[in-house]
Write a protein that binds this ligand. Structure first.
Ligand SMILES: *Cc1c(COP(=O)(O)O)cnc(C)c1O
Length: 512
């Protein structure tokens, strides 16, 4: 697969300003665009995703990651991918500032029940999506200044719960932007809903959809490539962009915490420089784990990337067989942010492992849309399995895992993290792989208190804010600012539509 190995002995050179171009995963003849343009557009015009035309091959030393503040690591990673964006340092400082309740931004836990947990939930909305969505608005502003783009950016997004909240929070009152968030009416948790409806801002719009996440996301993708709608917007000096991990401006910041995790392990002398570390990633849209794959391609000593799914285990089957088949029942589970049957970012992985075969990717994606399934060539499948392992946890298995980890040393994990934790353990038991393993802790246990309580509490479980108080009794640590906020924010009004009415409401909102 041609990974470049970490060049652990060479120092970071002086910053070279060079241009990094981005291209669509689907069109072999696609015109490359600048990174600024890729961030502004969000999705390629042909429905594909933007990927860098050449992958950065930086030379660096692993040692500095042990002492560097998170902000410096983030800036380094962003510079590799967006070298032409000026003024990155200021943007990074604003993205990872006082709105985080931990100075390390993504602190790594001690070993609990066998594995480490990389706590990605110390931002304002209590899930890992803040890591990217505190950065994306900053990157977008830089990109607009850079390109002289002065139209209003309309962030249109479908959410399985956490993206919406984090996008609303990230773009709250950001000049020159509006945010329209669609969420599946019955597919998100009470706390997610309270967070989503609790964000006030003249530029924020929240709409419930009477359908599931995939229907909402599919319609959002259609709206993005709706030429008539694009013209309507252009006439009003407006332009769509995406806050989903389909946007490179959201995906790339996520790479930084893999480096930060490795640095923390090194700093504690849990590993030696160059030792391989496995990462178990609770996966939905495949953005988080793809960032890990990119970290590995950048030379970070990553062993296996363990792709953990819930009962919606399309990806588990895909990695096992090479066939992606979404023709199956959709389950609403107790890890709702992973209730996804079409994982958008897999497209970027396929593009990469097929040696940039845009024709193949276009064909597979087209097949997925028309028939609901595709099979990758055997060689592509073979390459995938050298890097990825995959498994899934049922709702009951993840609850048992929450209890196991809590019983080990009173450490609380959320249901999504528990999926990662369960699958990591299963992988270790089946393969005997003893390498250190970092489970990405993608949400705070307080974001899904009902499920966590149900796993550990003998008492009957309440819901929403009451459940948060009930859960706090099991936790030695005080409630963080982000959790306390839930008790004071007032719900804003919202609309509710069927998937078929999504376009009309977008038009209505944007006509002001
Ligand atoms: C979004 C989300 C995931 C899935 O991440 P992807 O990047 O979509 O794969 C997992 N856990 C939580 C808590 C999330 O919010």
């Amino acid at each position: 697969m041609g990974y470049n190995k970490a060049k652990v002995t060479r120092k970071i050179g002086p910053r070279r300003i060079y241009q990094m171009n981005y291209r669509s995963t689907r069109d072999p003849q696609a015109q490359p665009v600048t990174s600024a343009a890729a961030i502004i557009k969000g999705l390629a015009p042909d429905g594909g995703l933007f990927v860098s035309s050449t992958f950065p091959q930086p030379s660096y030393d692993l040692a500095p990651f042990t002492t560097q503040p998170y902000q410096d690591i983030a800036q380094q990673v962003l510079t590799w991918f967006f070298p032409d964006l000026a003024a990155l340092p200021g943007a990074v400082q604003r993205a990872y500032g006082a709105q985080w309740d931990d100075q390390q931004i993504t602190p790594l836990s001690a070993r609990h029940g066998g594995n480490y947990y990389l706590e990605l939930f110390h931002g304002p909305t209590l899930a890992f999506k803040d890591v990217a969505l505190q950065a994306l608005p900053q990157l977008l502003q830089l990109a607009k200044v850079q390109t002289g783009e002065d139209s209003e950016t309309i962030i249109l997004t479908a959410t399985s719960g956490d993206t919406g909240t984090a996008a609303l929070r990230g773009f709250q009152n950001v000049a020159g932007t509006q945010v329209i968030v669609f969420y599946p009416r019955d597919g998100i948790s009470p706390v997610q809903k309270a967070q989503m409806l609790g964000q006030a801002g003249a530029n924020l719009h929240v709409v419930a959809v009477t359908g599931n996440f995939d229907q909402a996301q599919t319609t959002v993708k259609q709206l993005f490539s709706d030429q008539a709608l694009a013209h309507e917007l252009a006439a009003r000096q407006q332009q769509f962009s995406s806050a989903n991990s389909m946007n490179v401006g959201r995906l790339i910041p996520q790479i930084a915490y893999y480096f930060a995790a490795y640095g923390q392990l090194l700093q504690r002398q849990e590993i030696q420089s160059g030792d391989l570390v496995n990462f178990a990633v609770p996966t939905g849209n495949f953005g988080d784990i793809l960032a890990g794959y990119y970290a590995k391609k950048l030379g970070l000593p990553v062993g296996k990337l363990i792709c953990a799914s819930n009962a919606n285990n399309v990806l588990t089957d895909f990695f096992a067989t090479g066939t992606y088949d979404k023709r199956r029942e959709f389950y609403v589970t107790n890890s709702p942010s992973m209730d996804i049957l079409v994982s958008s970012n897999l497209e970027r992985l396929l593009f990469d492992v097929s040696d940039h075969d845009a024709d193949l990717v276009a064909q597979l994606m087209n097949q997925l849309q028309t028939t609901g399934h595709y099979t990758v060539p055997a060689e592509v499948h073979q390459r995938l399995t050298t890097t990825f392992a995959a498994g899934y946890a049922t709702s009951m298995q993840l609850q048992a895992e929450i209890k196991r980890v809590f019983d080990a040393d009173n450490y609380l994990i959320d249901p999504h993290t528990a999926v990662g934790s369960f699958v990591a353990r299963q992988y270790q038991q089946v393969t005997g792989d003893q390498r250190p393993c970092v489970v990405l802790a993608t949400a705070s246990p307080y974001k899904f208190p009902e499920t966590v309580l149900d796993a550990i509490s003998p008492a009957p479980v309440s819901s929403g804010l009451t459940a948060i108080k009930q859960l706090a009794e099991f936790d030695a640590a005080p409630l963080t600012a982000g959790v306390q906020e839930l008790f004071t924010n007032l719900p804003q009004s919202q609309a509710e539509v069927a998937p078929a009415e999504m376009k009309a409401i977008v038009q209505q909102i944007l006509q002001g």
